[in-house]
Design a protein around this ligand. Structure first.
Ligand code: 5GP
Length: 346
């Protein structure tokens, strides 16, 4: 047994220090980024915020709404090949640049992926997603997928430490997904004791990825637009959101009424409700590592997008970053023991 004594930090442990700035208005800030990838020759341009590949977040409807605004969606893996064909035959041009097809690492997952790409060769991104990206089998799967799809952009995860980020990039991933346990409907830390505070995970993993010319996406734990700004400030190239995008018209999830008010169901992909829905129950040897919650209905996702982007532009003006790309360089975090004033919260 060993203990690492330096304290790892989450979003709630820091704030961003304001700095002198020559920017006169938030409207001068550009949130668009262009990325060249380590393996794929594709160059992506957009606002690097992603909806999570959860079936109550990363839906086709979400992809349409977010793509219009230049944001990205990792589509959940439970759509059928037919659903994909129908979607791509009638969706707006250009959407294929802003979505990823998600997959697990079983034989049948990789067959399904092949079918989807055969009938939709214009799709560019693959998101290989497992809860625990530390297995050798996972890195092998990334390697095989890279060989099979030399020019697709591969997102792979999840991990939280630099050495595994390097291994996945060298195995063929372009973007490594970072986060174990911070998610709003995740119970991994409770069930297993395993995890890593997200801000420190981003700082360490971004450093490892950037050293090799790769990228990371910070996945999970953002509860507010301020947290998204902190994730970018810490070095995330992309930020993935589940809970913040849940509960909208586009999100999917049953609509529930409680005391006359509308809610939408939102659940973790390893919750018992998800496992019952998609694989017929929780296998005997495992525990559910996600929960199910009812999120107050939030209307169209467009309003939330505006709120997030407005917040981010404002962060950039506070630290003098004319472009999102400059935010990390301009960020100094301060350790804190307080966040917002909650005197009027119930
Ligand atoms: P959020 O933005 O809601 O805080 O986090 C979203 C992320 O939580 C997802 O992208 C995914 O990585 C993670 N997640 C989703 N479902 C589950 C689950 O059932 N268990 C765990 N451990 N993580 C989950």
């Amino acid at each position: 047994m060993r203990i690492e004594y330096d304290i790892k930090l989450g979003f709630k442990d820091v704030m961003i220090r304001p700095k002198r700035s020559t920017l006169r208005s938030r409207s001068e800030v550009s949130l668009e980024r262009s990325f060249k990838f380590m393996h794929s020759s594709y160059i992506w341009t957009g606002i690097p915020i992603m909806a999570a590949n959860m079936d109550t977040v990363g839906t086709f409807e979400m992809a349409k709404a977010l793509s219009e605004k230049g944001l990205f969606t990792a589509i959940h893996k439970h759509y059928s090949i037919n659903d994909w064909n129908t979607f791509s035959s009638n969706s707006p041009k250009g959407f294929e640049n802003n979505i990823a097809v998600s997959t697990g690492i079983s034989e049948s997952d990789s067959e399904k992926l092949l079918h989807i790409f055969r009938s939709n060769p214009n799709l560019k991104f693959i998101c290989i997603d497992v809860a625990n990206g530390y297995s050798e089998y996972f890195a092998d799967f990334v390697k095989r997928t890279r060989e099979q799809y030399p020019d697709k952009v591969i997102i792979a995860g999840n991990v939280v430490t630099g050495e595994m980020v390097e291994e996945l990039l060298l195995s063929g991933a372009d973007i490594v997904k970072v986060g174990i346990g911070p998610g709003s409907v995740c119970t991994t830390r409770v069930k297993t004791g395993v995890g890593y505070p997200q801000l420190s995970a981003i700082i360490e993993c971004a450093d490892a990825a950037h050293g090799l010319g790769g990228q990371i996406v910070s996945d999970g734990g953002c509860a507010t637009p301020g947290d998204i700004a902190k994730a970018f400030g810490a070095g995330a190239d992309f930020v993935m959101l589940g809970g913040i995008f849940a509960g909208h018209d586009e999100s999917g999830g049953d609509i529930i009424e409680k005391n006359g008010l509308p809610y939408r169901r939102f659940y973790g992909m390893s919750s018992s409700i998800a496992m019952e829905k998609h694989i017929g129950g929780v296998a005997e040897y495992r525990a559910s590592e996600g929960k199910s919650v009812e999120v107050p209905y939030k209307g169209q996702v467009e309003t939330t997008v505006q709120d997030i982007l407005g917040g981010l532009r404002s962060t950039c003006t506070y630290v003098g970053a004319a472009r999102l790309k400059e935010l990390t360089k301009r960020t100094t975090f301060i350790r804190v023991n307080e966040q917002e004033n909650r005197v009027y919260d119930e």
